[in-house]
Design a protein around this ligand. Structure first.
Ligand SMILES: Cc1cc2nc3c(=O)[nH]c(=O)nc-3n(C[C@H](O)[C@H](O)[C@H](O)COP(=O)(O)OP(=O)(O)OC[C@H]3O[C@@H](n4cnc5c(N)ncnc54)[C@H](O)[C@@H]3O)c2cc1C
Length: 417
């Protein structure tokens, strides 16, 4: 496999396409693996990579029903942050942030991680108080946080509507180390690095059943035949409940639609990530110049990867109330993904009550930023058959014990998290 460097780039430029080797193989599935990961999104691929890198487990297959990175990993608005209030979440996302900071070097693949800051806007005194509390909690956890007043926000993002906004801007909570990454590159980088360590990535291979003997898994039925597995890790985001049902389990999770949008390319206008605290809206500008933005869920449960027009109108209305100067910008594309919304809004990473079966899901709006950290702790959990201290609070059992992690205090309503 080609090691990417300035020298390989020059060689590629001089010698043409023949100088490059494929980024990963297209292997045929073997009869059995030590570990089968279902889902070649960022989380499944990162898990496979860290299984090989951290635990020396390489007899692993990642099975993908479509093409790798074609799920939510390739559909999200790419915001990366670790600005969480509760310890259980803060530790996971901050560990992930630390892995992001060295990920391009680690994978030898430019994931275009850009620490341009994430700014949450506040629109009332009460919200400023809540942000102050969250910022303090972040700092106690060693996470960077800065509370900005209205003028501080104006200095950072002068195009915001400070004149006659429906919800006036009072200030904001900034995480300077937050930002964005290139979503496809994250999937491709992990795929290439996992493949180079001997992991089989098998695309166009849908898992249709989970075979058990007693209370232990023995393998998966797939569209390409039965594949034996000593351990199975589920990392299928919005399809988590479907996969768990194949093992006879019902998860505290619902699947919802979320859309994302990009505009035509503009000259630089927003050099950070802005989120709107009075309505649900978040925006950044891609390196190509497009505004990348999103808003609320579509509001009903679905497994369809497409959304509805009323949400398009709702999201754009919210955006324009913040940035009226963008009213003549053209929308280029929008699309949908299937969100794995958990009952408390926090992910579930851990063992399931079937021997050898593990779950990585319940990511709601925010699983992209967790990709490296989630893969790292999930690999640890699968390799050792027990969670790492970082994902211990994120177990499925918390719904039995009541130790839920309801970051927003929204209650057991998945669509509200
Ligand atoms: C519109 C949108 C915007 C978002 N914005 C952000 C954001 O700004 N920041 C952030 O942190 N998060 C965001 N998210 C959430 C984030 O994208 C996800 O939480 C994360 O990418 C999930 O990664 P994953 O690897 O678990 O899932 P996916 O990338 O969805 O991968 C799961 C894979 O499993 C495959 N699969 C499903 N069923 C089967 C089966 N039976 N057999 C084999 N394969 C199967 C799917 O085809 C898919 O490729 C957003 C999501 C959406 C939809």
């Amino acid at each position: 496999m080609t090691h990417y460097s300035i020298f390989s780039l020059v060689k590629g430029a001089l010698c043409g396409p023949g100088a490059w080797s494929p980024a990963w193989r297209e292997p045929e599935p073997k009869a059995e693996y030590d570990v089968v990961i279902v889902g070649a999104g960022g989380h499944g691929l990162a898990t496979a990579y860290y299984l090989a890198k951290e635990h020396g487990i390489t007899n692993v297959a990642v099975l993908e029903k479509g093409y790798l990175g074609g799920g939510n990993t390739g559909r999200n608005t790419t915001i990366v942050r670790s600005n969480y209030l509760l310890d259980g979440n803060a530790h996971l996302y901050e560990w992930s942030m630390k892995l992001w900071e060295n990920l391009s070097h680690d994978l030898n693949y430019n994931v275009m991680f850009s620490q341009r800051g994430v700014l949450n806007l506040a629109h009332s005194d009460a919200q400023m108080d809540a942000f102050r509390r969250r910022g303090n909690s972040m700092r106690l956890n060693g996470i960077d946080a800065e509370l900005l007043d209205r003028e501080g926000v104006r200095a950072m993002v002068p195009h915001l509507n400070f004149e006659d906004a429906r919800f006036p801007i009072y200030g904001g909570l900034l995480q300077p180390r937050g930002g964005t990454a290139r979503h496809d590159a994250v999937a491709w980088g992990f795929a290439r690095a996992a493949d180079s360590r001997g992991i089989d990535i098998i695309q166009n291979c849908e898992v249709t059943g989970i075979r058990r003997e007693g209370n232990r898994v023995t393998g998966v039925e797939t569209s390409r035949g039965f594949i034996g597995a000593k351990k199975i890790g589920i990392a299928v985001a919005g399809n988590s409940s479907r996969l768990a049902a194949m093992a006879g389990l019902r998860l505290p999770m619902e699947s919802h639609l979320l859309q994302a949008f990009v505009s035509e390319a503009l000259k630089p206008v927003i050099d950070t990530v802005v989120t709107y605290g009075a309505h649900h809206f978040y925006v950044s500008q891609s390196d190509k110049g497009s505004l990348v933005f999103g808003g609320d869920l579509d509001g009903y449960n679905s497994y369809a990867q497409r959304g509805n027009l009323p949400v398009v109108e709702d999201v754009i209305t919210a955006g324009l109330s913040l940035f009226p100067n963008l009213s003549r910008v053209k929308l280029l594309r929008h699309w949908g993904g299937v969100m794995d919304m958990s009952m408390d809004g926090s992910p579930i990473i851990g063992k399931l009550p079937v021997e050898g079966l593990y779950l990585n899901g319940g990511w709601c709006y925010g699983g992209f930023k967790a990709t490296p950290g989630s893969g790292w702790v999930f690999a640890h959990t699968i390799a050792n058959d027990q969670p790492h201290p970082i994902n211990e609070p994120l177990s499925l059992e918390r719904f039995e014990t009541g130790a839920v992690l309801d970051e927003k205090g929204a209650g057991p309503v998945p669509g509200h998290h």
